[in-house]
Design a binder for this molecule. Structure first.
Ligand code: NAP
Ligand code: MG
Length: 494
């Protein structure tokens, strides 16, 4: 057991170990990296930096667990039971997991508890049900004579799971859960910045009794451990969430053995507020949609389009909400927004804001770093933007909202402005007019559309992107089936 995480709070001298083949092990190289609390910049732990050799051991373990041993013989209903038990165990350890998440990401503790931890448990419960419900079909073929033809759904194999730092536990679980429901075995690489909750999850996975090698965890750097996973010939599929740039590099690295690749990438999601909308609700949701999790959300509503008639009121209303937000360390009981994840990420966000200023945009509120310890940035609202500005085109992944105004242009033209992006992940439409809503739904090039709601996530609903926001869908039946291969079988009965 990685007993270090049991030492609480996790201010550690010895590096955290990695989970390979049911054992807690150090990296072969012995190299380590400091894990930082972004609320104060202090070191809270040391993680092992896994490399090629460690990934190789993890892949071999996952392969053995897939091809032989208890996992392979386990009935689907037993997989369901294990997954439900893990969900309960996550909840029983919810306070501790939330505290680890807050220490490692800076997010408000009450949000970590209410959102991240619950989401992890619910994701397991949703996917647990699929283990017993995946199936093939008989097919009515027209071959001469008499045939029995059917399809079989089989696990795709050993899956490499690579996740980012914005919702570390929930993100790890959202990839592990459908993969194991489908009968796969996995090698997970958490983000280098946020390994704590994934490793604690690894301990809980062992506690509930998953067989050795089914779920392996290698911590480390993207260009080392991550690269070793995506190029490994023993891995059958990669599921990645992160930046579009890394997503593209993964496609190239995965081509060696033509791995299946699923990509959940960035976004620059539009929010449309029409003049007839319930403006108070729309403003609340728009503010939550860009400042929630400090804007570090792939589906964050980062481009606001608001009708001219209500633009002043709406922009001021959102700016007011931004000014009132209590920005503080996640451990502070009244914190509503925490820091960004790292010094580097803060620089990135500030560079974007500076570029907006240079391009002639105007900051209504925010726009500055918050001085003192930790990596805090003010929630920021920007007006006078132009569609070609970098702050309008590129994913900032911080609490920065750019706004544009529309008038009585056609819905085609408005949707075109919304679609003017390399991304197509999410979008929200605020109106009381059904025709406006439906016409916009059809015209928007986005994987997810919400009407009179911010980007809401439910595990029954497929989630994924059009265009450069990704490949494939997570959640729902589609999300589990993505971890299967389909075998077509025909038996000649003549
Ligand atoms: P990232 O580099 O794409 O990180 C995502 C994951 O991929 C991490 O585990 C990362 O490891 C790993 N990785 C990096 N390079 C890799 C490679 N060559 N091969 C395999 N795996 C690799 O994202 P980031 O650097 O953390 O953040 C940069 C920007 O990406 C953000 O500002 C944001 O715009 C975007 N982003 C989007 C999402 C999203 O949900 N769509 C999430 C996070 C970030 P390391 O931890 O070592 O980098
Ligand atoms: Mg990176």
């Amino acid at each position: 057991m990685n007993t270090l995480l049991k030492t609480f709070p996790p201010i550690l001298n010895q590096p955290l170990k990695m989970l390979i083949d049911g054992q807690w092990v150090s990296s072969q190289s012995g190299a380590t990296l400091s894990v930082i609390n972004p609320s104060n910049g202090q070191v809270i732990a040391q993680e092992s930096l896994g490399g090629q050799v460690d990934v190789d051991l993890a892949v071999q373990a996952a392969r053995r667990a897939l091809d032989s041993g208890p996992w392979q013989k386990m009935r689907p209903s037993e997989r369901t039971r294990l997954m439900l038990k893990l969900a309960d165990t996550i909840e029983q350890n919810g306070d501790e997991l939330a505290m680890l998440e807050t220490l490692n990401t800076g997010k408000p503790l009450k949000m970590a508890r209410a959102f991240d931890i619950s989401m992890a448990a619910e994701c397991l419960r949703y996917n647990a049900g699929w283990a017993t419900k995946l199936h093939g079909e008989t097919r009515n073929v027209s071959l001469p004579g008499e045939w029995h033809a059917f399809t079989l759904r089989e696990p795709v194999g050993v899956v490499g799971l690579i996740v980012p730092w914005n919702v570390p536990l929930a993100m790890a679980v959202s990839k592990i859960a459908p993969a194991i429901a489908a009968g796969c075995t996995v090698v997970l690489k958490p983000a280098e910045l946020t390994p704590l909750t994934a490793l604690r999850l690894g301990e809980l996975i062992q506690e509930v009794g998953f067989p050795a090698g089914v779920i392996n965890m290698v911590t480390g750097l993207g260009h080392e451990a991550g690269q070793a996973i995506v190029s490994h010939p023993g891995i059958d599929k990669i599921s990645f969430t992160g930046s579009t740039a890394v997503g593209k590099s993964i496609l190239a690295a995965a081509s060696g053995n033509l791995k299946r690749v699923a990509l959940e990438l960035g976004g620059k999601s539009p929010v449309f507020i029409f003049a007839d909308a319930d403006l108070e609700r729309a403003m609340d949701a728009a503010a939550r949609g860009i400042f929630g999790n400090t804007g570090q959300v792939c589906a964050a509503g980062s481009r606001l389009f608001v009708h001219k008639k209500v633009a002043d009121r709406v922009i001021e209303g959102i700016a007011q909400r931004a000014r009132q937000l209590k920005v503080a360390s996640g451990l502070s009981p009244d914190a509503e927004m925490g820091p960004v994840i790292s010094e580097r990420q803060r620089e990135r966000v500030l560079e974007y804001i500076a570029s907006g200023r240079e391009d002639g945009a105007e900051i209504v509120t925010g726009g500055e770093a918050i001085q003192g310890e930790g990596f805090f940035v003010q929630p920021t609202v920007i007006v006078n933007t132009h569609p070609r500005m970098k702050i309008v085109q590129e994913e900032i992944f911080g609490p920065v909202l750019s706004t544009q105004i529309f008038d009585d242009e056609s819905l085609e033209q408005l949707a075109e402005r919304g679609n003017d992006s390399i991304y197509g992940l999410s979008s929200s439409i605020w109106t009381r007019d059904l025709r406006t809503a439906h016409q916009m739904i059809r015209r928007l090039k986005a994987g997810n559309v919400r009407v009179n709601a911010a980007a809401a996530l439910d595990f029954a609903m497929p989630f994924g992107g059009y265009k450069q926001s990704g490949w494939g869908r997570e959640n729902g039946r589609e999300g589990v089936e993505a971890y299967t291969e389909l075998k077509s079988v025909a038996i000649d009965l003549n």
